[in-house]
Every structure is written in C-alpha cells, then in structure tokens.
Design a protein around this ligand. Sequence first.
Ligand SMILES: Cc1cc2nc3c(=O)[nH]c(=O)nc-3n(C[C@H](O)[C@H](O)[C@H](O)COP(=O)(O)O)c2cc1C
Length: 164
Amino acid sequence: MDTSFREMMAAFPSGVSVVTGHDGGPRPYGMTCSALCSLSADPPSLLVCLRAASPTLAAVTRSGAFAVNLLHGDAQDVAALFGSGAADRFDRVAWRPCAGSGSPALVEAAHTVADCLVERVHPAGDHAIVVGTVRHIERLREGSALLYGFRRYRTWTHAAAPIG
Ligand SMILES: Cc1cc2nc3c(=O)[nH]c(=O)nc-3n(C[C@H](O)[C@H](O)[C@H](O)COP(=O)(O)O)c2cc1C
C-alpha cells in the first residue's frame, strides 16, 4: 500500500499541547503543537517542533523561554483556535503569565503547564526543533487528556485503577 507521509503521521495519534511564549513585550504568542517529545529525565528536558515561519517560534527564540500547556479533554476548541492562525487567540482564552519565565499559562484549557528555558534550536526543513529544560511544572486539573489522530480529537479519561 502506498501511503503518504501526512497519512502515515496522522495514523500516529498523540497528545495535544499549546506552546506559548513572549518576545519581551506584552504580546503573548502561542500555537497548537502535537510534536512534543520527552528527551531527558536528568536534567528534565523535552523537545517541540515548531514551523519555521511561526511568530511563536520567533518569540520563543528571542525570549529564550516557552511554556508547554498540556490540554485536557474538554479543550478541543482551544486546540482548534491555537491551530487556526487567529490573531485574537489570546482574547478568547483565560491565561496568565507563568511565575518564572512569564510565558502564558492557559489556566482553563491546560491540565498541566511546564515552564521551560530554551536549551537549543535546531533548524530542520520547514520546522525547527526546540529543546527546552523544564524549570517548573504546575498541575492545574486531574482527569483527562486531549488526543489527536486520524485528523480527529479524542479524550483519554484517566480512570482510577480498579481495586483488587
Ligand atoms: C492538533 C494540531 C496539532 C498541531 N501540531 C503542530 C506541531 O506540532 N508543530 C507545528 O509547527 N504546527 C502544528 N500545528 C499547526 C499550528 O498550530 C498552526 O500552524 C498555528 O496556526 C501556528 O501558529 P502561529 O501562526 O502562531 O505559528 C498543529 C495544529 C493542530 C490543530
């Protein structure tokens, strides 16, 4: 069977995050990102892949910091909003700056926010790989995670382990 690269990656479901940052000024930046990968436990680090022309990538590179907002299962509309290119995306969600870097935390859409410092940025084709060290993790909500695969959203509910 001949399968395109996009079809192949669509058949690899993943969690959904919104990567946020700022450029030193008051304007927040952020984009939906499913290309998120754990990299190292010591030091705790992760990587995200952001499109090379993204204003969010430019802001993250300039400020040297970003936040990874892991979306909960009811935040499908926020995933779509931050994947849409809408100029007013931050006017339509609740957010506040992370205490450390000032990167925006999406306090209603995220179940967890990781505040990160940029370690390295590697250009890679039409994207860039951003490696970040995790400086602080804030847990906002328990219960579910948003997944994306086969061009659809799904909710993965974290049920308590069965007794016995
Ligand atoms: C579910 C979903 C996952 C996405 N994952 C990524 C990703 O991993 N990397 C990326 O560069 N764009 C990804 N996008 C597309 C960006 O979110 C989209 O291009 C966005 O408008 C970029 O915002 P910007 O203009 O602020 O860069 C994804 C979109 C959706 C809806």
